[in-house]
Design a protein around this ligand. Structure first.
Ligand SMILES: [Zn+2]
Length: 603
């Protein structure tokens, strides 16, 4: 016999205007008087110590969405107490009491709304309703929100505060984890962006299901976050936890979330992310052919390498600043760490949304922290994560190459450095969207090539790309590192050399001498001035040839048949692109001279 675990109520409970319950008069953390303080009134954030205090889901929605844009969905769903559960109080009575107190029918509020004019589907958990726990109603409403997101092709935004699964609904509650995770998987497959916001506290079954599957995951400062709560962990281990574990900051440091965003800043932060995905205004169409490169005579190879390594040479962040109209950084590999030697995110180049990944050497004191741009395994994993996201959202992927090489060290080896380099190359060769790489400084060995397996490989005339640093080669071959200059020329590492061998597609002009210094010198306009036009052109040409985002465009026409045809067409194009790239990559593995010889001998 099938039983219904939730029902429909004809008259939903009446709610207070902002649904807010009792509010403290003083800050529980610093003791400040909270009466009439503006940030407290609007956001429940202490004006003095920035403590993020409890806030109702309704008040949160009010602070986040455009005025009067919220339209609630499925408000009538309520739990039928499927287990007929009772502890000190019958669950049915507890539910009724919670409904009276909060004015909500269950812990999750769902609906549609707009942020800076962009429509989103939202789902917000209210901690005041049974600790934001997930039972059958929360699971069902979340899945319905996901379905609406897929149908309308609107991004999904969830904000959670939850103690986990709802014990009073037993195993039915636990299975909501699987149900919601599977729904998010469908959302991913449909290429719809998902933003997940974690607030105090986020634990258990909610943290270990839909909330952890966001394309973008952000947390509020100081929020307690973890799968098993601190008390459970301490009991299990039999010792106290170190301070700061189970916090938003801990998660960021371990590569598990993208950013920590203050509640008052969340609206603009999410707005920026939505703007990057669907930029307003017309796309700039670069006119005619891309400007051709200036084939300057090759400089001395050693001189070039010294220049390519110059500390004041613009770095990836200087280029991103110059090339992207907007940029939202994504951090962490969602596994073990966030590598500062790799910067990655979504940005807008020439009106096109793109995924951007760069190796970042840093300037001045920052260089040490960024290990002079030597990526760790987690850096390559972050790059892979952003590539996959770009592919799923139909965005071209642009990579900026600038590293002396991957980080040589025990930590890197034990965490699988070589495997991550190999996986990066394999993944990049298989991306369904256009890919463009530019060597902007030093291309050091496998660590550099890991992110350079692209449809178009560009190189600045002052950049180098080498199988091994000449010093290393001299140490091995001559047992004398000082003979590096001599070897530099023999290894043929300049842009002109590589173009001649057919390994790269274009040589681009260098950032002008004297105009370097990027963000810090205020002369940012000179950085990448010879890279921006061809880059915009390549992105535009690739998009025009095979618009990866065709499914989105077709969906907008509202004709169901067209949508299906477009999706099939987009898949076919993606597959053609991967095949084409395969042949490009194979061809680059054969030097032009050898290929010519082989053809001659075949005749
Ligand atoms: Zn305070």
């Amino acid at each position: 016999m099938r039983r219904f675990f939730f029902g429909l109520r004809s008259s939903p409970p009446v709610i207070a205007p902002d649904g807010d319950q009792s509010a403290p008069a003083t800050c529980p953390r610093c003791g400040a008087d909270l009466k009439d303080r503006p940030r407290y009134l609007a956001y429940r954030v202490c004006d003095d110590c920035n403590a993020h205090l409890a806030i109702s889901a309704r008040k949160r929605l009010h602070a986040l969405l455009d005025e009067d844009s919220f339209r609630e969905t499925n408000r009538q769903l309520y739990s039928t107490d499927p287990l007929r559960f009772a502890d000190s109080t019958p669950y049915a009575e507890r539910l009724e009491e919670q409904q009276r107190q909060t004015g909500e029918s269950d812990a999750l509020i769902t609906g549609t709304g707009a942020i800076h004019g962009r429509k989103v589907v939202v789902a917000v958990l209210d901690f005041a309703f049974m600790g934001g726990s997930m039972g059958v109603v929360v699971g069902e409403k979340l899945v319905r929100a996901v379905e609406q997101s897929i149908e309308t092709r609107r991004p999904l935004l969830t904000i959670v505060a939850s103690g986990g699964a709802r014990m009073q609904e037993g195993m039915l509650s636990l299975f909501q984890m699987a149900k919601t995770a599977a729904a998010i998987q469908r959302l991913h497959a449909a290429g719809i962006p998902y933003i997940s916001v974690l607030t105090h506290p986020t634990t258990g079954g909610v943290f270990a299901s839909f909330a952890n599957l966001g394309d973008l995951i952000v947390a509020e400062p100081g929020a307690l976050i973890g799968f098993a709560g601190p008390r459970v962990v301490e009991q299990f281990l039999g010792r106290p936890l170190p301070p700061g574990s189970h916090s938003a900051e801990f998660l960021l440091a371990h590569g598990l979330i993208d950013a920590i965003v203050s509640r008052p800043d969340l609206r603009d932060y999410v707005g920026q992310f939505l703007e990057v995905l669907e930029p307003r205004g017309k796309r700039e169409r670069p006119a005619g052919q891309p400007p051709t490169a200036r084939p300057d005579p090759p400089e001395d190879a050693w001189e070039t390498i010294v220049k390519a390594r110059a500390p004041d040479r613009p770095t990836s962040l200087d280029y991103i600043d110059r090339l992207c109209d907007r940029f939202v950084e994504l951090r962490g590999d969602r596994q073990s760490g966030d590598d500062p030697a790799i910067v990655a995110g979504l940005g807008v180049i020439g009106g096109h949304p793109v995924a951007v990944i760069g190796m970042e050497r840093g300037h001045g004191e920052e260089s040490e922290h960024r290990r002079l741009g030597r990526p760790m395994p987690e850096g390559f994993r972050k790059a892979q994560r952003v590539m996959r996201l770009g592919a799923r959202l139909g965005l071209p992927v642009v990579t900026l190459i600038d590293t002396p090489g991957a980080y040589p060290g025990i930590e890197a080896e034990e965490r699988g450095l070589a495997r991550e380099i190999a996986r990066s190359m394999a993944l990049m060769s298989d991306l369904p969207t256009p890919t463009i790489s530019i060597v902007i400084g030093e291309g050091g060995s496998g660590g550099a090539l890991a992110l350079a397996v692209a449809d178009r490989l560009l190189m600045q005339e002052g950049a180098v790309f080498s199988v091994i640093a000449p010093e290393g080669a001299a140490a091995i071959l001559y047992r004398d590192a000082s003979r590096a200059p001599e070897l530099a020329a023999k290894l043929r590492i300049t842009a002109v050399d590589l173009k001649e061998m057919g390994l790269i597609d274009e040589v681009r002009g260098d950032p002008r001498a004297g105009g370097w210094g990027g963000r810090r010198s205020g002369q940012r306009c000179r950085v990448g001035e010879d890279v921006a036009p061809p880059l915009a052109h390549h992105v535009d040409a690739a998009e025009a040839q095979a618009p990866a985002r065709i499914t989105v465009c077709a969906a907008a026409t509202g004709r169901p048949g067209v949508h299906r045809d477009a999706a099939t067409e987009a898949r076919a194009r993606a597959s053609r692109r991967v095949t084409e790239r395969f042949s490009i990559v194979q061809r680059r593995g054969i030097a032009r001279g050898i290929a010519a010889d082989a053809r001659a001998s075949a005749r």
